[in-house]
Write a protein that binds this ligand. Structure first.
Ligand code: NZQ
Ligand code: ZN
Length: 390
């Protein structure tokens, strides 16, 4: 391994069917006034809300409720949450939902005590809160597997007026203080969202795997996670009520994006950048946006990073090396990926998620560009990738 890195992750995890009972212990270390953020009502329909409220009430907490955190939370909703937290003097925030609610809660937590334009400072300028700035503690009760938000500092917000979706990865002060992961809770996630979450997990692993040329232990960990996800995704699609599969998916999601897989890696987040822009234009689920532009992207990346894609074919998909050139092996790996995506029912074109050729220039204009593993993209390359993905 050639890279230098720091690894630190302060989030405490409680995992399994009994994990909610530990919320009581956590309450002892937190203030009286809790801002409870949740989404559009799934937690009320499946009963998780009632269980959580009972524990909060028993723990003597005063509830400030902020429902309606939408999928792909907007800047307008962020501003509303900051106002509610300030007006009600919240001591801490409890996120009850998927990645959107967890992300949103971190965004509010970072902004409540910021004296100025927090959107500009944190998201547009990419700054972290100053050392002396107070930040509200965040706890998460996760109801959907995918983003890894439960154990990272990521917070993605959409400026709906400008069709601009952007994320900021906050420093470790914004990583949740604790996260409760009960795989049983994910059983009521609609199957489409489950599939979107599965591809989001896979793509987080890709974004950290397809880069560099050295032999790095981190890549072997990534391959193990991919193999587990392939097995569990097939089982979960066949039977969404398969607890073993759903629990493995949840656990894989957390490790796919909790900063472990970037250790010693240069990373390549361009599928996410294009995917975020697609999301802002189409409002399709995050994982579907990534899936829809992936094949065109990775075919390009494979041309420059052939050895890694050949390794992917063999170590992840068990494709025999014998009798194949490096290129043939790399191509066979991408073919296996495509077959798996088709098998579990993911979109392979941007048309399937509602994008049109007329939107392409707009999608390119709102797509951020970062240094990428094997590629050095310009806006015209993104345009080509999107056209190939139609
Ligand atoms: O609104 P509710 O009622 O919560 O319903 C949600 C929502 O409609 C529903 N859902 C969640 N848990 C459920 C459930 N429905 C029934 N039963 C349950 N147990 O599923 C829908 C999608 O939820 P959402 O939270 O939006 O999905 P996800 O977890 O995929 O989060 C997506 C957001 O996370 C960002 C994305 O860009 C997007 O904004 N990301 C955050 C990252 C991070 N923090 O590091 C990285 C990711 O790459 C991603 O960008
Ligand atoms: Zn993602």
């Amino acid at each position: 391994m050639q890279g230098n890195f720091k690894y630190y992750n302060p989030t405490k995890l409680y995992f399994g069917e009994e994990s909610l009972k530990y919320l009581k212990d956590e309450l002892m270390n937190l203030g009286e006034r809790v801002l409870l953020n949740y989404g559009s009502g799934s937690v009320k329909r499946n009963g998780i809300y009632d269980e959580v409220i009972a524990i909060l009430r028993e723990g003597g907490k005063t509830l400030i409720e902020n429902p309606g955190v939408m999928s792909n939370p907007t800047l307008e909703k962020l501003r509303e949450g900051v106002r509610i937290a300030r007006d009600n003097k919240a001591d801490w925030i409890l996120a009850l939902g998927g990645g959107s609610v967890c992300d949103y809660s971190k965004g509010v937590a970072a902004s409540v005590f910021f004296d100025g334009d927090y959107w500009q400072e944190f998201w547009l300028d990419g700054q972290n809160p100053a050392k002396e700035q107070k930040i509200l503690p965040v706890g998460c009760i996760l109801t959907m597997a995918g983003t890894g938000s439960e154990m990272n500092g990521g917070c993605v917000i959409t400026d709906a007026e400008k069709n601009f979706k952007t994320g900021h990865v906050f420093d470790s002060r914004l990583m949740p203080r604790f996260s409760i992961l009960n795989p049983r809770y994910t059983m009521t996630v609609p199957v489409d969202q489950m599939k979107a979450g599965i591809y989001d997990i896979m793509n987080h692993i890709f974004e950290q795997y397809f880069s560099d040329y050295d032999d790095n232990t981190t890549d072997y960990i990534a391959e193990g996670l991919m193999r587990s996800l392939i097995v569990s995704s097939r089982a979960a699609v066949k039977n969404p009520q398969n607890y073993e599969a759903r629990s493995n998916i949840m656990w894989t999601a957390t490790w796919a994006l909790n900063t472990l897989l970037k250790c010693g890696k240069s990373e390549d987040w361009m599928v996410h950048m294009i995917g975020h822009s697609l999301g802002a234009w189409t409002h399709a689920p995050h994982g579907y946006c990534l899936a829809a532009c992936s094949m065109a992207y990775y075919r390009r990346a494979m041309e420059q990073g052939r050895a890694k894609f050949a390794r992917f074919a063999h170590n992840v998909w068990d494709i025999p090396v014998e009798g194949k050139s490096e290129r043939e092996l790399a191509e066979a790996g991408l073919e296996a990926l495509k077959e798996w995506m088709l098998e579990i029912g993911l979109p392979l074109t941007i048309t399937e998620i509602g994008a049109t050729s007329q939107m392409i220039d707009g999608i390119v204009s709102t797509s951020e560009i970062f240094p990428a593993g094997y590629l050095d993209l310009r806006p015209d390359d993104i345009k080509e990738i999107l056209k190939e993905s139609l």
